[in-house]
Design a protein around this ligand. Structure first.
Ligand code: HEC
Ligand code: HEC
Ligand code: HEC
Ligand code: HEC
Ligand code: HEC
Ligand code: HEC
Ligand code: HEC
Ligand code: HEC
Ligand code: HEC
Ligand code: HEC
Length: 309
């Protein structure tokens, strides 16, 4: 597992304005803070840390975050021991609850899940929890822009661990991740789901149909593999072949369609002078299957039999 990489807030000017704003508004906001938070801020009053005061976890009118009641303790615990001056030569006691990356399943996650119990449903059985990730392996609480709330920051962060998958998106044909048009969580539920590979929808096809509705059908003339599993022909992330294909045609098609099943007349080499190719070669004259069978996903044309129109 790779160490967490701190991410800057954004462009320099955003950072500047945010810092100025926090310096001005942050200070005046302290006046209304619960005493428990003031206690902590007596020692921890730094603008970057104080961003948490302006996010959803410190909205005083929202009782769900318990901030009005418990202040910083709503996450860190009352931490009385921590606030005491340590005996000379000894380190300060840690806060009651600690948030440590790569140490999931502990008290830190339990605090988050206590409020975000909706996320617990699949989380406990997810590959991420299983691998020991904690909520703070992805989320940052003391910032106004959690990396998981922007497409580009999210992709960069997922890629910091999933280099192989991210590299697939650099191939000739790929889903447009780097342009910021898509993100990993369009297809994957980072908190886990009931499907293999933690997809956002109950099946692979339903995940694809979310954006490629025209492939959903039902069609008058179905092509069974498209109905069953888009992955029979495509890769999800990227491919060296066009259109995210696993193999290029005709080899792709020939994995399932043996040459002898095809009407010999369509591709026969008979009658061609000097042809050394065996009669019925499926690659003859570069006649790609798609030249004739254009509707590989299914056809609604009244005479679309054979996926030819
Ligand atoms: C008297 C000053 C003081 C007060 C009050 C105080 N802290 Fe700290 N805190 C420190 C110091 C100093 C460190 C750095 C300790 C270290 O690096 O060993 C620290 C470190 C921390 C850390 C990082 C290390 C850890 O234990 O996880 C957290 C989180 C933290 N404080 C939260 C809080 C919270 C929440 C409160 C209020 C409940 C609070 N602090 C009140 C002085 C204080
Ligand atoms: C919603 C939960 C939550 C609340 C509320 C919260 N914190 Fe934190 N705090 C965290 C988490 C999680 C971390 C671990 C680092 C991170 O996510 O940014 C953290 C880290 C810290 C650290 C250590 C920073 C470092 O660089 O190691 C300090 C100090 C701290 N918090 C102080 C406070 C103080 C003071 C308050 C109240 C003003 C507060 N926290 C409110 C969740 C919270
Ligand atoms: C005491 C309850 C409470 C705790 C503890 C808590 N949260 Fe939250 N959290 C909330 C509430 C309330 C919201 C706002 C939800 C909304 O507006 O729908 C929120 C919002 C969020 C959001 C959405 C952020 C955004 O900017 O919209 C994330 C991500 C999040 N919490 C993660 C965490 C993590 C990770 C922890 C543990 C470190 C944590 N929360 C601890 C109550 C809590
Ligand atoms: C592997 C990275 C990752 C981990 C670990 C992670 N999250 Fe998230 N989280 C995300 C992403 C990505 C999003 C935004 C996309 C989405 O809504 O699914 C998100 C969104 C959220 C939100 C706001 C939207 C919502 O679902 O309500 C909350 C709250 C949240 N996470 C809480 C948690 C808690 C609690 C934990 C720990 C049990 C956790 N997350 C662990 C990646 C992660
Ligand atoms: C701190 C490292 C880390 C980060 C960050 C991270 N992952 Fe993972 N992820 C893992 C590990 C470890 C596994 C389990 C082993 C494996 O499959 O490689 C995993 C597994 C997965 C799986 C397979 C799930 C399954 O059920 O088989 C998917 C999908 C996934 N991660 C997507 C994401 C996405 C999307 C993000 C960003 C929101 C993300 N990961 C961020 C480490 C990470
Ligand atoms: C267009 C949808 C889509 C996007 C976007 C996407 N994935 Fe996937 N991913 C899938 C599908 C579908 C599978 C399952 C493939 C299979 O079962 O053959 C998968 C599989 C995975 C796996 C599991 C691989 C294994 O061998 O179990 C990981 C890890 C993963 N993706 C990570 C990521 C990461 C990280 C990102 C973002 C950089 C990402 N994915 C973006 C659809 C997507
Ligand atoms: C969140 C939306 C979304 C989801 C979900 C999605 N796609 Fe895409 N897909 C796109 C976008 C956007 C493009 C790029 C279209 C463009 O460039 O005009 C694309 C392009 C493609 C292409 C053409 C690539 C090329 O190089 O021509 C294929 C094939 C494809 N997707 C298959 C799939 C499959 C299979 C799945 C399910 C695993 C899937 N898509 C899920 C949005 C999505
Ligand atoms: C039998 C193999 C096969 C299956 C199964 C299949 N596809 Fe395709 N798909 C292709 C081929 C071949 C192309 C390239 C077509 C071309 O170049 O004209 C393609 C192209 C695409 C394109 C981009 C071009 C376009 O027509 O917009 C998308 C998007 C796409 N497929 C999505 C899907 C989805 C979603 C599924 C699952 C429902 C799926 N495919 C199942 C073979 C298949
Ligand atoms: C994963 C296996 C698989 C792949 C790959 C595959 N097919 Fe098929 N195809 C089938 C099955 C199964 C049928 C249904 C056979 C039947 O009904 O007897 C079928 C039927 C057909 C039919 C006849 C449709 C009809 O209406 O009778 C054509 C034409 C066809 N496929 C063309 C293609 C082409 C072109 C490709 C490559 C782009 C391709 N297939 C790739 C499995 C596959
Ligand atoms: C020159 C045009 C052409 C090319 C190239 C072509 N086909 Fe065909 N194919 C046809 C025609 C025409 C039919 C008959 C359609 C009908 O039933 O009306 C057919 C029928 C089929 C059938 C259904 C056969 C049956 O027995 O019902 C399959 C499967 C098929 N083709 C697969 C392929 C594959 C795989 C390739 C590439 C290796 C390919 N075709 C290349 C024209 C072509």
């Amino acid at each position: 597992m790779r160490p967490f990489e701190a991410r800057p807030l954004g462009p320099l000017w955003v950072k500047l304005i945010a810092t100025l704003w926090l310096a001005v508004v942050g200070v005046s906001a302290h006046a209304q803070l619960p005493e428990s938070a003031d206690n902590c801020l007596a020692c921890h009053d730094d603008p970057q840390l104080n961003a948490v005061l302006h996010g959803p976890h410190a909205v005083l009118s929202d009782s769900r975050n318990r901030f009005a009641e418990q202040g910083c303790g709503s996450c860190h615990g009352a931490s009385e021991e921590h606030m005491r001056r340590p005996p000379r030569g000894e380190p300060r006691a840690a806060t009651d609850i600690r948030f440590v990356k790569g140490e999931g399943g502990g008290a830190g996650d339990a605090v988050c899940l206590d409020c975000h119990h909706g996320n617990a449903l699949h989380w406990t059985a997810s590959a991420h929890a299983d691998a020991g990730l904690a909520c703070v392996d992805c989320h940052r609480l003391h910032t106004l822009d959690d990396p998981m709330s922007s497409a580009e920051a999210e992709v960069e962060h997922c890629a910091s661990c999933h280099r192989k998958e991210h590299a697939e998106f650099m191939k000739v044909s790929a889903h447009p991740l780097d342009a910021g048009r898509m993100q990993c969580s369009d297809c994957h539920a980072a908190h886990g789901s009931a499907t293999p590979a933690a997809l956002t929808r109950p099946t692979i096809n339903e995940t694809c149909h979310e954006c490629h509705a025209e492939m959903r059908g039902p069609f008058l003339w179905e092509h069974p593999p498209a109905r069953e599993d888009c992955m029979s022909c495509h890769t999800p992330h990227g491919s060296a072949h066009g259109a995210l294909l696993k193999q290029r045609t005709p080899f792709l098609c020939q994995q399932c369609h043996l040459a002898q099943f095809h009407p010999s007349t369509a591709l026969s080499g008979t009658g061609l002078s000097g042809s050394s190719l065996p009669s019925g070669s499926t690659s003859l004259m570069g006649q790609d299957c798609l030249n004739c069978h254009q509707q590989v996903h299914g056809s609604n044309h009244p005479s679309g039999v054979g996926a030819t129109r």
